[in-house]
Design a protein around this ligand. Structure first.
Ligand SMILES: Nc1ncnc2c1ncn2[C@@H]1O[C@H](COP(=O)(O)OP(=O)(O)OP(=O)(O)O)[C@@H](O)[C@H]1O
Ligand SMILES: [Mg+2]
Length: 236
């Protein structure tokens, strides 16, 4: 589904080069729920942006559904991303890595967002995430947790084959966090593939595999059984 082969990303800065990914290797198989855990600054967000076709690495190969993502033309890459991926970003506002046009394309990517015509799927997700009363609010009128839940609804709306989630419960209280985990588990149990990055351990119980990341590379791995219980919801 997704693979990284010897991927390195170097950012030139006035203070010298910063290497955010360092010969990183990773494979996520179809239907897997992989948690990637690591401290702040170890390269987790860089990895997800790279996986999503939004940040070209300095060297190495990234494959999404068997296709070399950065060997594709931009249009083709955008199409593949739009057909395959759902994102839950750590910063749900504009991404500093993208220009204005790209940020807009990103928002338009999931078709029928919480759109004009009532979309039953959107209504279902609004309800599941406790956002019905905020349905017509603008993001500036939402709390951080409400924005986070909106971002999760957006990521799941098109039933993508792969969800990339960056600290998806980082802004949520325990009750809302477990609601989000329940939704992600339902998505996984209905066949969805997930790569979730975090510094915490809260998502470990959901994962098929938990990987540790340090200084731009995956350092060790532990295999964990997926939780067996059925979700109360099945988002896909
Ligand atoms: N565009 C950039 N220019 C320079 N340095 C960058 C850039 N993007 C990321 N970095 C650096 O690369 C490293 C990894 O950043 P990244 O955002 O991927 O970390 P992270 O693991 O997501 O951290 P956090 O848990 O705090 O979100 C950091 O040291 C960061 O400062
Ligand atoms: Mg990050």
């Amino acid at each position: 589904m997704l693979s990284f082969d010897n991927v390195t990303t170097v950012h030139p800065t006035p203070q010298g080069e910063i290497r955010s990914l360092d010969r990183l290797n990773l494979e996520v198989k179809p239907g897997e729920f992989v948690v990637l855990r690591g401290p702040s600054g170890c390269g987790k967000t860089t990895l997800l942006l790279t996986a999503g076709g939004m940040l070209r690495p300095t060297s190495g190969t990234v494959r999404l559904e068997g296709r070399d993502l950065y060997a594709l033309g931009e249009r083709e890459r955008n199409r593949l991303r739009g057909q395959t991926l759902g994102f839950v970003f750590q910063m749900f506002h504009l991404l500093p890595y993208l220009d204005v046009e790209e940020n807009i394309q990103l928002a338009a990517m999931p078709r029928n967002l919480l759109g004009t015509a009532p979309n039953p799927r959107a209504l279902e997700l609004l309800q599941l995430l406790g956002l019905e009363t905020r349905r017509h609010h603008r993001p500036t009128a939402l709390s951080a947790g409400e924005r986070q839940r909106t971002a999760i609804a957006r990521a799941l709306l098109n039933r993508p084959r792969l969800v990339l989630a960056d600290e998806p419960t980082g802004n949520l209280d325990p009750a809302n966090a477990s609601e989000v985990f329940r939704l992600l588990r339902g998505y996984h149990e209905s066949g969805g593939t997930l790569l979730l990055v975090t510094h915490g351990t809260a998502a470990d119980a959901l994962a098929d595999r938990v990987l540790e990341m340090h200084a731009g590379a995956i350092s060790s791995r532990a295999t964990r059984p997926a939780t067996g219980s059925s979700p109360a919801v099945s988002p896909a």
